[in-house]
Design a protein around this ligand. Structure first.
Ligand code: Z57
Length: 795
């Protein structure tokens, strides 16, 4: 290793010379990749040796998604090599940023849930805590989005470049996972045992990725499983060619549905592969007796997708280790804890009993037994039929995975205060009453190492110049910026950085999408998956409203704004796709109208992903967090934008509530109905959007413009608008909140009129954002749930 740029240059040039003489970008990428990998390997081995020598309790985070983003640059940042490498390359005439762009990001996640898992991995290693990830190695990550005539199209993506991953394959650590087969009772010396006869075996092969903590000290492991054909005996009744095909499919693709129920057998195979392979791996040669699993291992399940870990651990303990039910249950329910990420009913996983019964017969019997015993104990407690129904794991032929996850865990958490309260008071009221100490809150967080230090080095440098470097290790110290919130020279520096980040974004958009954006306009950014409750529809309807005002009121000439959208819709989510089409259609109308174009510009960034987010977030001035109150469990983009100095226009939903609490409502643009009100309307079914339309000429006009196709020149089928807002009675309260939203936008314009005041508010947001570092979240999980000890320093 080296500590100076000269050393790096020498080292780097030697490597390049080792290959061919040309210093093309591709070769530079490969060389850097190999170099970082070698530096990492050393500490990775040392970390693993420490874990083996002094076995402390280890955490395993089970997740069907890990949306890690590009790793090359981030690893250099965490290793503290980024600046040296950048300067060294500069002197060799190479741009590190251009080299970084050669890396395809592995899109192994859909959105918030997967990205949260990635932030947690970073924080665990950075806090020197023994915590690792278990996931799946999809050959193709989330689809690539393109627009054709304003419609979303989906292209399959391949992120795996075998040559960069060849050494990650751990073929000696492969395990076998059993699907199908028949459960048989075998009477032996130790009593009756259950085995699975004639299963279809699938081989799970692990690939390991290093998770580099801050300063490169602790390197934890993200282990991803790939499904492969097994060499074990194969049932004679089945077709091997079909089997090969089906096996390859298991880890072929990530399911692209975010918060939508699917119920597909392939998804179930994925979930079981993750759970079974990971548990077998953990219990392969334990350095402790299985009775002591809870003292040695904590398993966090990221939503219910890995909830089969509960019956699978029971199966291993009972069938493979010959424990009795009671003891196995005690161990399981002291090992597993569960995070809930949603209260949307359509996102609550349910599996058809028949499906599980045929694919995983032994697992089905165990779930049935868990349910039976639980129901028995409830009956003994004299519970009413209604409570019994709510608490049942199996109901009307389906398995309710959330109930299974709660019953089989020792702790259950929501992801923001409001969300946890709704869980406890409403969605899981009966479960909370049954298990009063199980439920707790852990408000989400984001890693400031990616979302501030990596994505916004210029702002990070300014912060360090201003308050010193201690915030890097202790992000809550960002609050020291409060003393500079009225310091004119600091505010000017902040403004200069924001302008620079806006210009960098403009450069990328021009280069990649051939879009020209005015850097003087307000950058208003709405980036997240497309979903009804996230209300991208409200944003675009508001833009339509502004358009009408500009057209019909010659005194209304607002300050120029650029409205950025970014996000994908699940391929089968028709409503969301129509909103995308509507935004693109209105965008071309607005952007091509000479009068309106002076004031409004709409930019829809194609293929929004982690990499794009790293360009967009630092450039944002306004952050759109406008979900229907009660629907967004937490949100995490909201925190990333806040940390980069954007002001939030948002509802009292998810973690917004806590952000407003931290920064003060006077430093945000809060609007709209509260969760209580929304839930009241939903309960009473008393909201009727028709009344709003009839009583409000401005909205009525907009509805007419859309329904007749006049506004969009017949380019969108407006039926979906009518259907959503009238027939379905506007389930996300768009029309109910839109005026309050418009007023909040007017306040934004007023505030932007005073640039110094705006900068002051931005700085106050940055200063109040430290608590939303995932370092804080992870420390809380560790203190309250996992009880981990720090890895001894190896420096
Ligand atoms: C997902 O990304 C989230 C919830 C889900 O049930 C599924 Br499936 C995917 C998101 C929530 O919608 C966000 O509000 C939250 O911030 C994020 O999970 C991380 O907790």
């Amino acid at each position: 290793m080296f500590s100076s740029k000269e050393e790096f240059k020498k080292f780097f040039m030697n490597r390049i010379a080792d290959k061919r003489s040309q210093k093309s970008l591709e070769m530079a990428f490969e060389t850097l990749w190999e170099m970082t990998h070698e530096w990492i390997q050393e500490n990775w081995n040392r970390t693993n040796q420490l874990y083996e020598k002094e076995p402390e309790k280890q955490l395993y985070y089970f997740s069907i998604e890990f949306l890690i983003g590009r790793v090359l640059g981030q690893n250099l940042v965490n290793l503290n090599f980024y600046d040296v490498v950048k300067e060294g390359l500069d002197e060799l005439g190479l741009k590190l940023s251009e080299i970084e762009e050669l890396e395809d990001e592995p899109g192994l996640g859909n959105g918030g849930l997967g990205r949260l898992a990635a932030c947690f991995m970073d924080s665990l290693a950075s806090l020197a805590l023994p915590g690792h990830g278990y996931g799946l190695r999809y050959k193709g990550g989330l689809f690539t989005q393109h627009f054709v005539n304003g419609n979303q199209t989906e292209q399959p993506t391949k992120w795996i470049k075998e040559k960069n991953n060849a050494d990650a394959r751990q073929k000696d650590l492969a395990v076998e996972v059993a699907y199908y087969g028949d459960v048989q009772l075998v009477v032996g010396t130790a009593g009756v045992k259950r085995t699975i006869e004639n299963p279809v075996w699938v081989k799970a092969v692990p690939y390991d990725l290093p998770i580099v903590g801050a300063n490169g000290g602790t390197i934890n492991t993200l282990r991803l499983w790939q499904a492969e054909v097994s060499e074990r005996p194969f049932p004679s009744t089945k077709d091997h060619t079909v089997y090969e095909h089906e096996t390859a499919k298991i880890t072929d693709r990530l399911y692209p549905d975010d918060s939508l129920e699917s119920g597909k057998i392939l998804r179930l195979k994925q979930q079981y592969l993750l759970c079974s392979a990971s548990l077998q791996d953990l219990l392969r040669n334990p350095s402790f007796p299985v009775e002591e699993i809870p003292e040695n291992i904590a398993i966090q399940i990221n939503d219910t997708h890995p909830a089969l870990a509960i019956p699978e651990l029971m199966r291993i303990l009972i069938d493979d280790h010959s424990l009795g039910w009671e003891q196995a249950w005690d161990i399981t329910t002291r090992t597993i804890s569960y995070t809930n990420h949603t209260i949307l009913t359509e996102a609550m996983e349910k599996w058809d009993c028949h499906l599980i019964q045929s694919l995983l017969p032994r697992i089905y019997l165990i779930i049935e037994e868990i349910d039976l015993r639980f129901k028995e104990s409830l009956q003994n407690q004299g519970k009413t039929v209604d409570v019994l129904r709510k608490l049942s794991i199996i109901e009307e032929g389906v398995i309710k995975m959330a109930v299974l996850a709660v019953v089989g865990s020792y702790k259950v958490n929501g992801v923001a205060k409001l969300h946890t309260n709704i869980l406890k008071k409403r969605e899981m009221k009966e479960l909370n009453e049954q298990f009063p100490n199980k439920f707790h809150n852990k408000t989400n967080g984001i890693t400031h190492r990616r979302w501030l230090i990596k994505a916004n080095p210029e702002l990070s440098e300014l912060i360090t110049e201003t308050i010193g470097a201690r915030w890097v290790k202790e992000p809550e110290r960002l609050d020291e910026l409060h003393s500079f919130a009225q310091n004119p020279s600091f505010l000017q520096d902040f403004q200069a950085v924001k302008k620079l980040k806006k210009e960098q974004l403009i450069y990328h958009l021009q280069r990649d999408q051939n879009i020209v954006v005015d850097s003087a306009s307000i950058f208003d950014i709405h980036i997240k998956r497309f979903h009804g409750y996230k209300r991208q529809l409200m944003n675009i309807l508001h833009i339509q409203m502004l358009y009408n005002r500009i057209k019909h009121d010659s005194t209304y000439r607002p300050y120029p704004r650029t409205f950025f959208f970014g996000g994908k819709a699940a391929p089968t989510y028709h409503f969301a796709k129509q909103v995308i089409k509507m935004i693109n259609t209105i965008a071309s109308k607005v952007n091509n109208d000479p009068l309106v174009r002076e004031h409004l510009h709409i930019v829809f960034v194609e293929n929004y992903n982690v990499t794009q987010a790293e360009y967009l977030i630092p450039a944002a001035e306004v952050s759109e967090q406008i979900s229907t109150a009660s629907k967004e469990a937490s949100g995490t983009g909201n925190m990333k934008l806040m940390m980069n100095g954007a002001l939030t226009i948002g509802t009292f939903d998810g973690a917004n509530v806590e952000m407003f609490e931290q920064v003060g409502e006077e430093n945000a643009f809060v609007f709209g109905m509260r969760a209580e009100e929304i839930m009241q309307y939903e309960k009473e079914k008393s909201y009727n959007p028709k009344e709003i339309i009839e009583g409000d000429p401005e909205i009525a006009k907009m509805m007419r413009q859309l329904a007749t196709g006049k506004f969009t020149d017949g380019k969108i089928n407006a039926d979906f608008i009518v259907e959503q807002l009238l027939e379905d009675k506007d389930p996300y309260f768009v029309l109910k909140d839109i005026h309050s939203y418009a007023k909040a936008h007017e306040k934004i314009l007023k505030a932007y009129d005073n640039p110094m005041k705006w900068a002051e508010m931005s700085v106050k947001n940055m200063a109040a954002s430290g608590i939303f570092s995932s370092d804080r979240t992870i420390q809380q999980y560790s203190d309250d749930v996992w009880h981990l000890s720090k890895v001894p320093s190896i420096h």
